[in-house]
Design a protein around this ligand. Structure first.
Ligand code: TXA
Ligand code: MG
Length: 366
C-alpha cells in the first residue's frame, strides 16, 4: 500500500484540506493525524472492520481497547449509555483537550473497537486538524497512538512515517504534538472517578472540578507486579526503546556520580551508552569530562530533555528522546528520574514502563 503524506497548517486546516482524508475514513480506511497529545492512527470507530485494520496495522493485541474521538458534545449520546454528572462537569472544563473518559457503551459501538469490553473510552481532542478530520470522517474516529505496538508514541510526523509508512492510507503532517504524552484516562463508570493512566490533566486539576478522584492502585509506585491495571493497555511493556533502559534515582549529585560510574562500566564492556538527562545535568556531565582532561571518562551521548524546572518541556521531548536512542544504536540507556513540577506522574509512569521498572538507587551504600 502506498501511504499518502499530506502536510497541513496545524492552526488553520480548511474543510477542503480534510475532505479527502475524511473520505478515506468514511470508506473504512486509516489516516494518521496529529493531536495535542500524540499522533493518532484513525479509523471509523463504528465500523468493526476499520477497527480490525487498526489492530493489524499496529500489531496490537486485540484485547486492548481503542479510544473513540469526537468533535462535539452532541456526538457523545450515540456511544455512551450513561454520562454521570461529574463527567459533564469535567467535559465542560477539559474538553476539547487531553482527557479521556470511560463510559458504559451503547450498541452503536462495536466490540471490535472496545476490545470486547462493555465500556467505551471517549476523548474530544483540541487540535484543529483532529477536530476537522473527525467532522469530515463522520463524527467518530477510533485512534490509538500511531506507533507500532510497544514502540514509543509518535509526537511528530517523522515518527509516524518510521512506523506506519506502507501500512495505512494517509499520514497528515501537522508538526509537533504540543504535549507529547498521551491523555489522562479517567474511568467514570464507578462510584468514584478513577485515573487509569496519568497525563497532562493531573489528579489535582480534576478534583478541583469534580471532587474526589482516586488513582488505580496498580499505577502506584511500588505496586506489586501482579496487581492488574484496569486499562488493558497499561499492562504491556510499552513506550520502549530497543536497548535496556535503567532509571537512576536519588539526589541530583549522587545520580550524576552514579551515571558517570555506569558509563565507565558500559565503556569497559564495549557498550554504546546513551544518557537521558535534564539540561542542568547535561551541562554537569560536560564539565566533569572537561575537568578530568584527556584521561577522563567518555561522557557518552547525553540527550537533554529540557530544564529540570520545566515539566512541560520534558514531557514534550520524552518520546522523541526514546526514539533517538534507537537511532543512536544505544546498547544501554541510563535515564535520570525526572522529579519535575506538573507532569511528573505522567512522565515517570511512561519512563518506568519503558524501563520495565528497572530502577537503580544512586544513594545506595555499596
Ligand atoms: O492521547 C491519547 O489518548 C492518544 C491520542 C491519539 O488521542 N491515544 C492513545 O490511545 O493513547 P492508545 O490506544 O495508545 O491508548 C489507549 C489506552 C490503552 O491503555 C487502553 O487499554 C485504554 O486506553 N482503554 C481504552 N478503552 C478502555 C476501556 N473501555 N476501559 C479501560 N481502558 C481503556
Ligand atoms: Mg499507545
Amino acid at each position: 500500500m502506498t501511504t499518502e503524506i499530506l502536510t497541513l497548517d496545524p492552526s488553520y486546516p480548511s474543510e477542503a484540506d480534510l475532505k479527502e482524508a475524511g473520505e478515506i475514513i468514511k470508506r473504512g480506511g486509516l489516516v494518521a493525524f496529529p493531536t495535542e497529545t500524540v499522533y493518532g492512527l484513525g479509523g471509523n470507530a463504528l465500523d468493526p472492520s476499520a477497527s480490525r485494520k487498526i489492530y493489524s496495522a499496529k500489531g496490537r493485541p486485540s484485547d486492548n481497547p481503542l479510544i473513540v474521538h469526537i468533535a462535539d458534545m452532541e456526538a457523545l449520546g450515540l456511544i455512551a449509555a450513561e454520562v454521570p454528572r461529574a463527567a459533564l462537569e469535567a467535559a465542560k472544563i477539559f474538553w476539547p483537550g487531553p482527557l479521556t473518559m470511560i463510559f458504559r457503551k451503547t450498541d452503536a459501538v462495536p466490540k471490535e473497537t472496545t476490545g470486547g469490553l462493555d465500556t467505551v473510552a471517549v476523548r474530544m481532542p483540541s487540535s484543529p486538524i483532529a477536530a476537522g478530520l473527525i467532522r469530515a470522517g463522520g463524527g467518530y474516529i477510533a485512534a490509538p497512538s500511531a506507533n507500532l505496538s510497544g514502540r514509543p508514541s509518535p509526537t511528530r510526523a517523522a515518527h509516524v512515517i518510521e512506523d506506519m509508512d506502507g501500512r495505512i492510507d494517509m499520514i497528515i503532517d501537522g508538526g509537533d504534538s504540543d504535549i507529547g504524552l498521551e491523555s489522562t484516562i479517567v474511568d467514570m463508570t464507578g462510584p468514584v472517578p478513577t485515573i487509569l493512566r496519568p497525563g497532562f490533566i493531573s489528579r489535582h486539576m480534576l478534583s478541583d472540578v469534580i471532587g474526589e478522584v482516586v488513582v488505580d492502585p496498580a499505577l502506584r509506585e511500588g505496586a506489586a507486579e501482579d496487581v492488574r491495571p484496569r486499562a488493558p493497555g497499561m499492562k504491556y511493556r510499552h513506550y520502549a526503546p530497543r536497548a535496556p533502559l535503567y532509571i537512576v534515582e536519588g539526589r541530583a549529585d549522587a545520580v550524576r556520580r552514579r551515571i558517570r560510574e555506569l558509563l565507565g562500566e558500559a565503556k569497559d564492556k564495549g557498550l554504546n551508552a546513551v544518557v537521558l538527562a535534564s539540561e542542568e545535568s547535561a551541562e554537569a556531565y560536560a564539565e566533569m569530562t572537561a575537568s578530568e582532561g584527556d584521561g577522563g571518562g567518555d561522557p557518552g551521548q547525553v540527550i537533554s530533555l529540557g530544564r529540570a524546572s520545566d515539566g512541560d518541556d520534558i514531557g514534550h521531548n520524552l518520546y522523541d528522546a526514546l526514539r533517538k536512542c534507537d537511532e543512536l544504536e544505544a546498547g544501554v540507556i541510563y535515564s535520570e528520574a525526572f522529579d519535575v513540577p506538573k507532569a511528573r506522574d505522567a512522565i515517570m509512569n511512561r519512563l518506568l514502563k519503558a524501563a520495565g521498572h528497572n530502577v537503580i538507587k544512586a544513594d545506595d551504600v555499596r
